[in-house]
Design a protein around this ligand. Structure first.
Ligand code: ADP
Ligand code: MG
Length: 260
């Protein structure tokens, strides 16, 4: 499979074969695609001094393993809140979030951290890179917690995969916005997550660079990962397979996109 960075896939730890997301489907799944993300009437209310802020008002949403989904909506409509709950960075106020068949609400903080580490790659809106660390080090850091071997080699391969082989020892402030975003993507991939969540990954970069970022995400989708990307950009959204539109804490519309 061709990749954006050019050449053959250099990553050593990718899964080969198997169902999307690397999970085996069972008899009980019948013909229905397995929902890796299943929101059952999820609400989120923040309590602030001036009162309660109802951000999510009953979200029902199923995303199958291997889907590539765009989440769109006006600023303040709850996109980041929804993505944070999907990524186990936050929990619902009510309703249920089933992640790969597990009720996330029933888990303790240590179990949530474990799921975040193993199953989810989160690409933050503001990159969240460590300013004093090199590109290579930034990508290596999540592996410290997963006791992975060959950490440096894995990080080097991923940095090359996102097309930054010539920037390994640079620090974030020596990189463009698009390059920093690619570091953030490499870092999100180190633990080989089945689910990749990206919050406006093309928001703060020019459209040409945005295309490179999307090409990377598309490639990851083709390899079987489940991807949810928050975007304001219709062009970006059209590259996915489904656009989910949210307004004022509710899903108001979903469109499936056929690519020929
Ligand atoms: P979006 O990503 O669509 O712009 P967010 O999910 O970030 O929207 O936020 C939705 C609403 O929730 C906003 O009005 C925001 O101010 C509010 N909000 C988000 N996080 C918090 C918080 N931790 N405490 C209080 N209000 C919050
Ligand atoms: Mg947001």
């Amino acid at each position: 499979m061709a990749i954006a960075a050019g050449g053959s896939d250099p990553r050593p730890l990718r899964r080969s074969g198997g169902a999307p997301g690397g999970q085996v489907q069972t008899e009980s799944d019948h013909q229905m695609p397995r929902a890796i993300i299943d929101f059952r009437n999820v609400t989120k209310t923040y309590h602030v001094e001036s009162g309660d802020v109802k951000v999510l008002k009953g979200v029902k949403l199923r995303i199958s393993a291997g889907e590539f989904v765009a989440l769109m909506g006006p600023s303040g409509s709850g996109k980041s809140t929804l993505l944070n709950i999907m990524g186990c960075l936050d929990t619902p106020s009510s309703g249920t979030y089933m992640l790969d068949g597990i009720d996330v609400g029933s888990l303790k903080e240590t179990q949530l951290a474990d799921i975040r580490n193993k199953k989810i790659g989160f690409i933050f809106q503001n990159f969240n890179l460590i300013r004093r660390a090199t590109v290579l080090r930034n990508v290596e850091i999540p592996m410290i917690y997963s006791l992975k071997e060959n950490r440096q080699a894995v990080a080097e391969d991923l940095v090359r995969y996102v097309g930054l082989g010539h920037r390994m020892h640079h620090r974030p402030n020596q990189l463009s916005g698009g390059e920093q975003q690619r570091v953030a993507i490499a870092r999100a991939l180190v633990n080989d997550p089945a689910i990749i969540l990206a919050d406006e990954p093309t928001g703060s970069i020019d459209s040409h660079t945005g295309e490179k970022i999307m090409a990377l995400l598309k490639n990851l989708h083709e390899e079987g990962n489940t991807i949810v990307v928050v975007t304001h950009d219709e062009y970006v959204a059209q590259m996915t397979n489904r656009i989910i539109r949210i307004r004022d804490g509710r899903i108001i519309r979903e469109d499936w996109i056929l690519h020929w």
